[in-house]
Design a protein around this ligand. Structure first.
Ligand code: ADP
Ligand code: ADP
Length: 230
C-alpha cells in the first residue's frame, strides 16, 4: 500500500533576492512500512522535501498524496488536523518546550488530539516506555541528555499514532552512541508497529540502518537504492 506519493514536486523560494529552486520535479513513491534515508549535500532540498510531505509548507507546483489524501489540496486547518492524526515529526533540535516536563510535552499533544484527561497519563507512560524513558516522566528537557531529549521527541511524535514519522536529521546533535540508540528505537517501531520512517541524515552509520536510500542533488532525485541494513 502506498503511503507517500509525490508527483512533479517543485519548490522555488521566491522571498529571497534571487529565487532558489530547492526542488525540481521530484517524484517519490514510498510504501507503507518502509524505512528510508534521505541523503544529499547540504542545500540539496532534504528539509524542503520533508516539509512538503508533512504539509508544513506548500510546493510551488506538483501534488503530494499521503495515505491516499491529496494534502496539497487541503486547507490550512484541514492540514493541521490531518498532520495531527497521521504524521509525526522529529527535528534535529528536538523542539521540546523547555519549561515543560516529559509528561507535559507529550500530554500537550494528547490534549490537542482530544484524548480524555483520564487516559492521558496512561498513554504518556506507555509512550515513554516505548522509548525507554519512563523514569524521566517528570524531567524537563534541560535535565536530560541530548539522546534522551530526542527520545522524548520521538515519544511525542508517536502520540498521534502516526502512520508516518518524518525526521529531519534526527541524530545531527547526538553523539554516536545516542545516535545508535535512537536508530535502534526507530527501527523497532518500524518493525513492530509498521510505522513508515523517512529520515534525512548525513551520518554514514545512520544511512547504513536504512533499507532504502534516496539521494537528492540540487533539488532532484539523483539515486534511489534498496540495500540490506547492517
Ligand atoms: P537540505 O535540507 O538538503 O540542506 P534545504 O531544503 O534546507 O536543503 O534547502 C534547499 C535550498 O533551499 C537551499 O539552497 C536553501 O538555502 C534554500 N532554502 C531552504 N529554505 C528556504 C527558505 N525558507 N527561504 C529561502 N530559501 C530557502
Ligand atoms: P542517551 O544515550 O540516551 O543520550 P546518555 O548516554 O547521553 O543517554 O546519558 C547517560 C546518562 O547521563 C543519563 O542517565 C542522563 O541522565 C545523564 N546525562 C547526560 N547528559 C546530561 C545532561 N546534559 N544533563 C543531565 N544529565 C545528563
Amino acid at each position: 500500500k502506498t503511503i507517500i506519493d509525490a508527483h512533479n514536486v517543485s519548490k522555488t523560494y521566491k522571498e529571497t533576492m534571487v529565487p532558489v529552486k530547492a526542488l525540481q520535479d521530484v517524484h517519490l513513491h514510498i510504501e507503507e512500512g518502509e524505512f528510508v534515508a534521505l541523503v544529499g549535500p547540504s542545500g540539496s532540498g532534504k528539509s524542503t522535501l520533508l516539509n512538503m510531505i508533512g504539509g508544513l509548507d506548500e510546493p510551488t507546483s506538483g501534488t503530494v498524496f499521503v495515505d491516499g489524501v491529496e494534502i496539497t489540496k487541503l486547507s490550512e486547518n484541514k492540514m493541521i488536523d490531518f498532520r495531527l492524526q497521521n504524521i509525526g515529526f522529529v527535528f534535529q533540535s528536538f523542539n521540546l518546550i523547555p519549561v515543560l516536563t516529559s509528561r507535559e510535552n507529550i500530554g500537550f499533544v494528547l490534549q490537542l488530539q482530544k484524548v480524555p484527561k483520564k487516559d492521558r497519563e496512561k498513554r504518556v507512560l506507555e509512550l515513554l516506555r516505548e522509548v525507554g524513558l519512563e523514569e524521566k516522566v517528570n524531567s524537563r528537557p534541560g535535565e536530560l541528555s541530548g539522546g534522551q531529549q530526542q527520545r522524548v521527541a520521538v515519544a511525542r511524535a508517536l502520540a498521534s499514532k502516526p502512520k508516518i514519522i518524518l525526521a529531519d536529521e534526527p541524530t545531527a546533535n547526538l553523539d554516536s552512541k545516542s545516535a545508535g540508540n535512537l536508530m535502534d528505537i526507530m527501527a523497532k517501531l518500524n518493525q513492530e508497529e509498521k510505522i513508515t520512517f523517512l529520515f534525512s541524515t548525513h551520518d554514514q552509520r545512520v544511512i547504513e540502518k536504512a533499507r532504502r536510500v534516496i539521494t537528492l542533488v540540487d533539488g532532484k532525485v539523483d539515486s534511489d537504492v534498496v540495500q540490506t541494513p547492517t
